[in-house]
Design a protein around this ligand. Sequence first.
Ligand SMILES: NC(=O)c1ccc[n+]([C@@H]2O[C@H](COP(=O)([O-])OP(=O)(O)OC[C@H]3O[C@@H](n4cnc5c(N)ncnc54)[C@H](O)[C@@H]3O)[C@@H](O)[C@H]2O)c1
Length: 389
Amino acid sequence: MKELKELNVGMIGYKFMGKAHSNAYAKVNMFFDADATVVRKAICGREESALREAAQRFGWRETETDWKRLASRKDIDIVDINAPSCFHKEMAIFAANEGKHVLCEKPLAFTTADAREIVEAAQKSGVRHQVGFNYRFAPAVQVIRQLITSGRLGKIYHFRGHYLQDFIIDPEFPKVWRLDKSVAGSGALGDLGAHVIDLARFLVGDVKRVSGISKTFISERPLPEGMTGLSGRASQDAPRAAVDVDDATSFIGEFECGALLQIEATRFAAGHKNNLSFEINGSKGSVRFSLERICELQYFDAGSDEGLQGFATISVTEGIHPYAGNWWPAGHVYGYEHTLVHEVYEFVQSVANGGAASPDFVDGLKCTQIMEAVDLSIARGAWVDVDSL
Ligand SMILES: NC(=O)c1ccc[n+]([C@@H]2O[C@H](COP(=O)([O-])OP(=O)(O)OC[C@H]3O[C@@H](n4cnc5c(N)ncnc54)[C@H](O)[C@@H]3O)[C@@H](O)[C@H]2O)c1
């Protein structure tokens, strides 16, 4: 067996994404022939007893209650940021300045200007940097990218995507941090739309201009007694506070390549728990993907025999994507968590071998730039050129 370099990870946050990333670090060396061994060295949160429990359950060796102390420890190689979005900028810049490689959850930043500062800090210190756009690493998405780059879909005309949830449809659902602009930065657009925007860029290319519309359907909600970003409790007589983020945002746009873009992000689509779907139409065919059927993609080949044409459902548990063969035998399905294991594998490889990570902070910046252009177009009631920001 080859001797592997050890990479010590320091992770901030231990709830939803903290758990998902911990699982990925636990699995990566078990399933992938990575060029470094990941050590779950230290996990960071503010509340000591809950943190100790998380460390034990998720397999972290040590705990830190101060993220700056974690990020400046000499024995930490990678800082993984899973705190709410308002902390990303300060944490990512601090960690990069400390010479740490940084994996940061999305959205990278609230504004294009902030995102540029983060990119500059990371580039100046020469560290590897990656943003948590995990859906790029769904096997079906990787196959779709291969279909597009090999020319199978021909010239691309349309990207049509949506990300639908319904977890806040009850007007009495409390104002958790995801509904607070000072913490989340943005509502459905920044939380859900960011993923679809990244997929659109990954698969079709950069976006030239956008025009959007958004709505906050429930303008006031009870304040929670305790919360994560997706759940909370409020007493019946809890004080209420204004919701200052979008409940739903839709926008249209144009890619640099001339294709048309249409994206909808909402938390008010009753019955949809986590439905990220998209369809791409080209001159030679179309593809469809839905996270609810993560192991499949649908492919229409316009060149197939007339009378026998139609969308074919293709299983991606085997075949041509880069992660095939690392998991179970063909037909033994993947889930959400596999996208994060793939994400972590790619980051570990880039740190171990010195290559650029992808999607990196520049991709995070470009996503933020598109979201800011959408917000500006809504405020102005006009088209906004993405490059104007
Ligand atoms: N890629 C994805 O699929 C995905 C999914 C959900 C969330 N996210 C992103 O991940 C981030 C976290 O979201 P979440 O749903 O895990 O949130 P969460 O509320 O479940 O967890 C947030 C964690 O951050 C910790 N934290 C908060 N302030 C801190 C501080 N000052 N110092 C140290 N720790 C602190 C909390 O203790 C908690 O452990 C957000 O930016 C969100 O946009 C990404």
